[in-house]
Design a protein around this ligand. Structure first.
Ligand code: 13P
Length: 345
């Protein structure tokens, strides 16, 4: 890829800061349907104003920047404003939290491949990214979804998704935006941890093969993978340490040392388990790995706060306390210093 030295350095610097100081990323980029689904479950009205209120609650949490280096926003949010009139991008930037943006268009059924999904959103992406860069957004996210089931995933689905992820990554780097490359192997199902390992290994090999083929600057990207876990309904659920070991083993086999950081998604794990598993990886492997092991959690940071907030202004202080707590727990997990007693304070 033809990028100037200045732009390459800018990408590398941003990617480094995203995973520096044991901080991590906060995913608050739920699309309309996903955010509405989570609101509906709690009986919160599914309106643009309440989505705005909710996200204002998140970004005005005092001290969030002690644990959070960057926040992933949704397009709707970057066009909204806080009650005081400032933009979400400005408040984050003023608080030294790097603003990022989800740019994929969500998943649809993959033609000819029952049960499998492909992520949309490449059309006009160059123009959208140029505008986002102008607005001050410095990194982006694209999520590909791989489902484990009978006869799936197919190599066709893995390759198509890896190709799209890489075309997105190239367009990001062209305008100086750091791509978060997120190939998520879903936890749904009764498959074993070994099965998750094999599929994730295959997916990551395919993704990095594409990233290499298309000339992506590995130093200027962040990988956002799933942890290696058994399916949610698998009868055998491995221990926290076994999951930590399997996850690191899989990543060592597949992720080049040039990548500065790996920021896990939580994928439906409970908040406590996501922190405990990240913590175990850092207890066992911190400073022995070529990349930082960090977090880019959505639900595992937000879920308790969303339940407390419940769409009501009067609940904002308590909700912010819960959000701050989860951020602190994950900051500790990055240092191998999280423990269950933190949950009882
Ligand atoms: P979860 O941590 O809730 O899986 O969300 C992370 C994310 O950004 C998914 O794309």
């Amino acid at each position: 890829m033809i990028l100037s030295e200045i732009n390459i350095q800018k990408l590398i610097n941003t990617a480094k800061v995203m995973v520096a100081d044991n901080k991590g990323l906060l995913a608050m980029d739920e699309s309309y349907p996903t955010c509405n689904k989570r609101f509906a479950k709690l009986g919160i009205p599914e309106t643009a104003e309440l989505r705005r209120d909710y996200r204002e609650m998140i970004v005005t949490t005092a001290g969030l920047n002690e644990s959070i280096s960057g926040a992933i926003l949704f397009d709707e949010t970057v066009h909204q404003h806080l009650k005081d009139g400032s933009s979400f991008i400005k408040i984050l930037t003023d608080n030294r939290i790097i603003p990022g943006i989800k740019v994929d268009g969500g998943t649809v059924a993959m033609a000819g491949h029952p049960g499998e999904k492909i992520t949309e959103g490449l059309d006009n992406l160059r123009d959208r990214l140029t505008e986002y860069a102008r607005m001050g957004l410095r990194f982006a996210k694209w999520r590909a979804v791989i489902t484990i089931g009978k006869g799936i995933p197919t190599q066709a689905c893995i390759e198509a998704n890896a190709h799209a992820l890489t075309r997105y990554a190239a367009l990001c780097q062209e305008v100086g935006i750091v791509p978060i490359v997120e190939p998520e192997v879903l936890m749904d199902g009764d498959h074993t941890m070994e099965c998750c390992f094999e599929v994730t290994e295959q997916v990551l090999h395919t993704v990095f093969n594409q990233l290499y083929t298309q000339g992506i600057i590995l130093e200027g990207m962040i990988l956002k993978p799933n942890m290696i876990v058994p399916g949610l309904s698998c009868s055998k659920q491995e221990s926290i340490d076994e999951i930590a070991d399997a996850t690191v083993k899989c990543l060592l086999r597949t992720v080049p040392a040039a990548v500065p950081g790996i920021a896990f998604l939580s994928g439906g794990q409970s908040s406590e388990l996501a922190s405990a598993r990240l913590n175990a990886m850092n207890v066992r492997f911190k400073n022995k790995l070529p990349w930082e092991l960090s977090f880019s959690f959505g639900r595992a940071i937000q879920q308790p706060a969303l339940g407390i907030w419940h769409g009501k202004e009067k609940n904002v202080p308590e909700a912010q306390k819960a959000l701050y707590h989860r951020a602190v727990c994950n900051h500790a997990a990055r240092q191998g210093e999280y423990n269950i007693y933190m949950e009882r304070e």
